[in-house]
Design a protein around this ligand. Sequence first.
Ligand SMILES: Cc1cc2nc3c(=O)[nH]c(=O)nc-3n(C[C@H](O)[C@H](O)[C@H](O)COP(=O)(O)OP(=O)(O)OC[C@H]3O[C@@H](n4cnc5c(N)ncnc54)[C@H](O)[C@@H]3O)c2cc1C
Length: 359
Amino acid sequence: MGLSRHNSPMAQSLNIAITGAGIMGLSAAYALSQTGHKVTLYDPLMADGGFPADNASLMAGGMLAPYAEIEHMPAAFIEAGLEGIKIWQNITPEQIIQNGSLLIAHDEDRYILERFKQHLPPEKQTSAHTLEPQLSQKFTGSLYLKEEAHLDPAPTLSKLCEKLKALGCNFQSSTYSPHNKDYDHIIDCRGMGATQDDPDLRGVKGEILIVQNKEFSLSRPVRLMHPRYPLYIVPRADNIFMIGATNIESAGDGVSLRSGLELMSALYSLHPSFAEAQILEIKAGIRPAYPDNLPRITVKDNVISCNGLFRHGFLLAPVMAECVADYIENRHNKFIDLFWRDNNDPDHQRSEKELRSAA
Ligand SMILES: Cc1cc2nc3c(=O)[nH]c(=O)nc-3n(C[C@H](O)[C@H](O)[C@H](O)COP(=O)(O)OP(=O)(O)OC[C@H]3O[C@@H](n4cnc5c(N)ncnc54)[C@H](O)[C@@H]3O)c2cc1C
C-alpha cells in the first residue's frame, strides 16, 4: 500500500455517517474511526448497543480465499484478497485462523481439480491430501492453498462492534438515507438495501447448512470440486460445520428442498459420519452483486457507495474500507482502481485521478 494511514497525521476530523452495519459498513467504520473521524453507524437490524445485524454478512462462510475464488474474480484481485487477510490479522488477530484451505475431488472428478489448477501460478499448485486425516484415504487428489484463512463471522462481527465502541463509534438502530446531506461524508454500505437507487444491483442467493458432527474434524475449509454439486465446508468451534453454498440468481428467501438434498448428499459423500450429524440450521442469504460480480466504490457528491461484494465481503471489505479512508484523506491507495467501475467506460476502469475529479 502507499502511505501508512496509522503513521501519518490526519488533516481534519470529519463527521461521517455510515449506512449499513454489514461487513462493509463495519469495516468502513473501523478504518475511519481509527483515523480519528467521528463516525455514526446506522442499521435498523442492529440491536441497541451495537450487536451485529442479522444480514448477509452474519450468514457468510467466513472464508478468506483469494486463490480458491479465482474462478469468480480476475487475477488482479488476488493481491487485494491477500491484503484483506493481512488487515484482518491487524483488526481481530484472535479470530483469524490461517491454516490454508484444501480443494479435493472424487477420483472420477479429478479433471475439475486439474482444470482449476490451470488458473493458478505453478508455485501454488501444491498437493497435500494427507493434511486432513479423515479425508485422506478417500480423496487422493488435492490442492493446498496455504496462504488462505478463515474466520467465524458471528464472533468476529461481535468483536469488531466491541472495538468500534471502544473507538467511540456511535451506533444507531435505525435507517438513514444517504440522500440526506447532514454529514461531511456518507458511506453507503446498504448492500441489497440500495437496490432502489442502484438498478445494476441484483441478489444472488446462497443456501447454507449448519451441522454438528462429533465424529469428524477439520483444521481448514475444504472445497469439494464436483461437476454438479460443488460444496465447501468450513469448520467452526465444537465440531460445528458450515456447508455451502449455492449460487442462485434470485433474491427470494428460503431454501428449496432440492438444494437441501443436494447439500446434504454432497456432505454425506464427503464422509459417512455425516449420516448421524445433527442439523442445527438450514437457511439462505442474499449476496449483493453487480453484473460483473465485482465490488464497486462509486462517488457522488459527498456519498461514497461501497457495494456488490458478492461472494467476497469478508475478503475484500477491509481493503475497500482502507481505500475509502485513504480517498477521504487524499492519500494514494494502490487498490482503489480495482474497485472503481463505470458501465459507460469500455474497459470498466477509471483511474484514481478521474475518480477524484468525479467527486
Ligand atoms: C451463504 C453465503 C456465504 C458467504 N460466504 C462468504 C465467505 O466465505 N467469504 C466472503 O468473503 N464472503 C462470503 N459471502 C459474501 C458476504 O457475506 C457478502 O459479500 C457480504 O455480506 C456483503 O456485505 P455488505 O455489508 O455489503 O451487506 P450486508 O451484510 O447485507 O449488510 C447491509 C446492511 O445494510 C443495512 N441497511 C439497508 N438499508 C439501510 C438504510 N437505509 N439505513 C441503514 N442501514 C441499512 C441492512 O439492514 C444490512 O444490515 C457469503 C454470502 C452468503 C450469502
